[in-house]
Design a protein around this ligand. Sequence first.
Ligand SMILES: *[C@@H]1O[C@H](CO)[C@@H](O)[C@H](O)[C@H]1NC(C)=O
Ligand SMILES: *[C@@H]1O[C@H](CO)[C@@H](O)[C@H](O)[C@H]1NC(C)=O
Ligand SMILES: *[C@@H]1O[C@H](CO)[C@@H](O)[C@H](O)[C@H]1NC(C)=O
Ligand SMILES: *[C@@H]1O[C@H](CO)[C@@H](O)[C@H](O)[C@H]1NC(C)=O
Ligand SMILES: *[C@@H]1O[C@H](CO)[C@@H](O)[C@H](O)[C@H]1NC(C)=O
Ligand SMILES: *[C@@H]1O[C@H](CO)[C@@H](O)[C@H](O)[C@H]1NC(C)=O
Ligand SMILES: *[C@@H]1O[C@H](CO)[C@@H](O)[C@H](O)[C@H]1NC(C)=O
Ligand SMILES: *[C@@H]1O[C@H](CO)[C@@H](O)[C@H](O)[C@H]1NC(C)=O
Ligand SMILES: *[C@@H]1O[C@H](CO)[C@@H](O)[C@H](O)[C@H]1NC(C)=O
Length: 426
Amino acid sequence: MHFTTPSLLALVVVVVSEVLGAVVKEGSTCIVTPTQAAAAATNRKKDTVEATTVDDDTPQILSAFKQCRQDSTIIFREGVYNIRQVMNTTDLSNVSIEIHGTFVWSADNIQYWLRSSYSVTYAGRSTAWLFGGRDVSMRGFGKALFNGNGQVWIDQNRNAGNQNGRPISLTVWRGTNIYIDGITWRMAQFWHTFVAHSQNVTMTNLDMNTTSNSQWKSVNTDGTDTWNSRDVVISNWTVSCGDDCISVKGNSTNIYVSNIVCHESGGMCIGSMGSNAGQPDFVDNVVFENVSLYHSSNAAWIKTYPGQGHVRNVTFRNIHFENVNQPIYVIPCIYSAQNCDGSHITISDIHWENITGTSRYNVAAGIHCSAAAPCTDLHFSDIDIKPMNGGTAKILCSNIKNQATSGLQCTGSCPASQPQQLTGNV
Ligand SMILES: *[C@@H]1O[C@H](CO)[C@@H](O)[C@H](O)[C@H]1NC(C)=O
Ligand SMILES: *[C@@H]1O[C@H](CO)[C@@H](O)[C@H](O)[C@H]1NC(C)=O
Ligand SMILES: *[C@@H]1O[C@H](CO)[C@@H](O)[C@H](O)[C@H]1NC(C)=O
Ligand SMILES: *[C@@H]1O[C@H](CO)[C@@H](O)[C@H](O)[C@H]1NC(C)=O
Ligand SMILES: *[C@@H]1O[C@H](CO)[C@@H](O)[C@H](O)[C@H]1NC(C)=O
Ligand SMILES: *[C@@H]1O[C@H](CO)[C@@H](O)[C@H](O)[C@H]1NC(C)=O
Ligand SMILES: *[C@@H]1O[C@H](CO)[C@@H](O)[C@H](O)[C@H]1NC(C)=O
Ligand SMILES: *[C@@H]1O[C@H](CO)[C@@H](O)[C@H](O)[C@H]1NC(C)=O
Ligand SMILES: *[C@@H]1O[C@H](CO)[C@@H](O)[C@H](O)[C@H]1NC(C)=O
């Protein structure tokens, strides 16, 4: 009897899949085959023509994460994996995950997700997948595709605000030394990614696009948000999302963002922070550099609720954009315009360098700092923003300490009620 290696492997997959689902463990490697592909192979073997039913791949995915949770490699072979349940894979240690297939999250069971998504504590948000551990990599080689069936989520939420239970696609949760690379998202359920209670997280070469094809907009589909995390590197992303592209929220330290292209987004943003008035929120040492933005709401901005804490040492550098509603924006009372001058979140040591492009209307910058805690050490250099339809752009400023030496030529004051997005020239 003579077997070639591939047919032997195929036989093993078929035999094991009938018993265990399509997870094969060979030494320290778990190999996962999607149910549809495994069923198709079984059918071929039995020489039947029965249609394969769409199964739930979540059990076998979780089984692979359990069997290979430590000092292991997990390989997801090509094909479509249907995910119908929440996943909690936060106990990984020294694991390399290689994804060659497509993960599709179900959306015919919206009520299940609203009920079962895991809380991430931040502002009542929740997630479909808690992912973490120590020394874990997840590589997609530009082939992995995460499809959240977001159109269904967008259409049922109908432009409303953040919906409780609407799940973030992937949350890096309590992770240390996490590396995520080469994954494409299409139609995420909610935010594409979230990094929380984690340190040393690198996320590179990610491609995200959640664009609605209906009358309802793809709001609340941020590229990523960081919160209570440190040492995060975000590089080489392309994001089309209809909400914040990269957003650095409270208690984020040492965040480095570079080489990002954003379409239809909220751009590079600090905040929202201070949403829980009882807790201070701190942001320290953030760099955003080499970023291009197209048809977006804001470009390089800071938004806080009136609260306690600080934003300190942030640089926006080499930011270029076309058709951005209000490129530079700073506000201490986001979304409410209440108690704007009573916020005690201090904003200091912020640099805007080489910020160029076109604004949608005649405002390049709207900066209103809290009267109770004026912004200090704001530095501007090489700012060249022109209204896309000609004329000169206004630069509106209030409560900037040492404004005259900040490098910014303010043309007028900025009201506390300055909206995040303008509807025309002011
Ligand atoms: C990590 O796991 C691999 C097997 O995937 C093993 O060869 C290596 O020794 C492990 N590293 C440590 C530090 O244990
Ligand atoms: C996720 O799994 C970890 C490790 O098994 C466990 O400690 C934690 O409680 C789980 N989290 C949730 C929200 O179920
Ligand atoms: C940070 O994580 C990377 C993997 O992304 C790892 O190579 C590196 O050693 C980690 N750094 C530290 C200080 O542990
Ligand atoms: C995002 O997807 C939409 C809809 O498929 C498409 O029209 C748009 O060109 C895509 N954006 C990018 C940057 O590719
Ligand atoms: C970013 O993309 C460029 C061009 O594709 C590539 O040369 C570079 O290695 C990437 N950087 C990272 C950190 O992956
Ligand atoms: C931020 O960190 C501080 C202490 O470092 C903590 O008191 C506060 O609760 C944290 N804020 C949030 C919103 O988690
Ligand atoms: C400001 O942030 C930069 C970049 O993260 C860092 O290199 C620098 O040390 C920080 N400065 C201070 C005073 O912490
Ligand atoms: C950002 O762009 C500048 C100017 O083109 C370049 O010198 C620098 O190396 C780039 N930085 C990164 C991280 O790619
Ligand atoms: C300014 O930023 C642009 C990209 O927007 C870049 O091409 C240029 O090299 C930067 N200038 C300097 C002096 O770094």
